[in-house]
Design a protein around this ligand. Structure first.
Ligand code: IMP
Ligand code: MG
Length: 175
């Protein structure tokens, strides 16, 4: 299939995504049972994962949304990124960051560092997709729905130049 003039092929169909999301939800329902966690969904990419995941979460919890500012152009560095939209007081709370994909790990590391300054009790990380061959950070990822090859992916919230977020399946760049 062609998205914005680039070729992609199917990687994960909707039913496969549903079952890996289900597995993450089950783990969370048992390990976060007594934590009243605050789930922080990283927009835009994680919106679809978060919506499906949260429908499967049965424990007492809260849910909010953040964005990471991105600087257009070539001079941007991850350390300059800021978290936008966090209004909750997170001091003493168990935070679970919900991400669409962890690639190098820079984005999540920036988020973790900024959240740490607000003194939460704990920060956990949940990601739909994880690229082990691209990851170059030290922190551990608590919940990974699916590890994927180090190629560009699109669909189920992930975009390619703004396109493809609406797709129910996940597609991989086809060379
Ligand atoms: P990282 O900072 O390198 O871990 O990249 C994380 C962010 O880059 C994700 O939150 C996505 O927004 C974006 N990203 C990384 N890999 C892909 C991909 O394969 N498709 C779409 N977006 C991606
Ligand atoms: Mg993202």
């Amino acid at each position: 299939m062609i998205i914005n003039n680039k070729k992609f092929k199917l990687l994960l169909q909707a039913s496969e995504i549903n079952s890996v999301v289900e597995e993450v939800a089950e783990r969370m329902n048992s390990s976060l049972k007594n934590e009243n966690p605050l789930f922080l969904v990283v927009l835009n990419g994680a919106f679809m994962f978060a919506a499906d995941l949260m429908k499967k979460i049965t424990i007492d919890c809260e849910l909010s949304f953040i964005k990471v500012s991105s600087y257009e152009g070539t001079s941007s560095t991850s350390s300059l990124k800021q978290i936008l939209g966090l209004e909750e007081n997170i001091e003493g709370r168990t935070i679970v960051i919900i991400e669409d994909i962890i690639d190098t790990g820079f984005t999540i590391e920036t988020i973790i560092n900024q959240l740490q300054q607000k003194k939460p009790a704990a920060i956990q990380i949940a990601t739909l997709l994880y690229k082990p061959d691209a990851f170059c950070k030290k922190f551990s990822v608590d919940y990974i729905a699916k590890s994927v090859p180090n190629e560009f992916l699109v669909g189920y919230g992930l975009d390619y130049n703004g396109r493809g977020r609406n797709l129910a399946a996940i597609y991989i760049a086809d060379k």
